[in-house]
Design a protein around this ligand. Sequence first.
Ligand code: SF4
Length: 373
Amino acid sequence: MSAIPVTIGRRMPLAAASERLDASAQGAGSASGRPVIGDALVDTHGRVHRDLRISLTDRCSLRCTYCMPEQGNEWLAKTSILTLDEIERIARVAAADGITTFRLTGGEPLLRTDIVEVVRRLAAITGPTGAPVEIAMTTNGIRLPELLPGLIEAGLNRLNISIDTLRRDRFHELTRRDRLDDVLEGIAAAGASDLRPLKLNAVAMRDVNDDELVELVEFAIAHDAQMRFIEQMPLDAGHTWDRSRMVTQDEILQALSRRWTLAPVPGRGGAPAARWTLDGGPHSVGVIASVTAPFCGDCDRLRLTADGQLRNCLFSTTEYDVLPILRDGRPADTVDAGVDGMLRSCVHGKLPGHAINDPAFLQPARGMNAIGG
Ligand code: SF4
């Protein structure tokens, strides 16, 4: 398999990132006015960042049509993939700066051979108050039956599992792999564990799975899990997203309300999913409506790609490269300050929201598998 570096959007050079940070630091943090490790990651719109999504690989055991092309994907170079030590180092600085949740994503994070050790190292990190960070993971579930006991023992707290359809032929067509039984076994293993809340994610797609919404919610309830539907976003590697094919939040709620009485759950905070109780609870359903009901005003998320690029938004076309800071041979005691500076520069550059609904919207060059969900 070839290992060609993926073509990405604009990378912010180190010097420009530091300059921008200096300009933004007036009045914050240390006596000099420059933020230091331990100061919260606050952007220019007042949003405090608490959630770091760490992509561990761009590889996946499936080939979902809305995420990756069937063939010809440009994989990240293996030498550029962050090592266990490098991930831990970035995570420690991020936790000191107020990040309280690490969500492990991919590609498929369970393909990483040192995944249990990644969880163990991150779960041992504490924030400024001494409280442990939370470790969550988004997975396709295929390797859960063999790995879940070790992951839980290592400190995993929460799981989101992707399941777009319960029909074998559809699953095969959509993911280009005949692995539905493996995914169902993974969900069964998660359902039998103590990890809660357990969330199941489906991208709602017109004429693909939009006749299965009720069935998927019933399946989730049977596994003591919460079903969440996601509006399809323009993040596919093939750049084939078509707004008119997207199933909207309104359509999802309409379909579900034919089966249940839905009532909104208050107190969403920075969570991407708005939730509704089903017939008064205790079960609920979530919808992530990034396109028709954006929630960017409360966004507290940053992303780290598997090749060491910090991103302040799923749809950002600028990346902040941490790799040189970790690998350019600078004195060890200045590495953490460099990582901290890059985190702050990334946060400072965050726009108020995505521009999917703007005619001039430019889709990021990276596909979802190389950004991290
Ligand atoms: S689109 Fe970007 S800013 Fe908006 S919620 Fe998603 S990651 Fe946050």
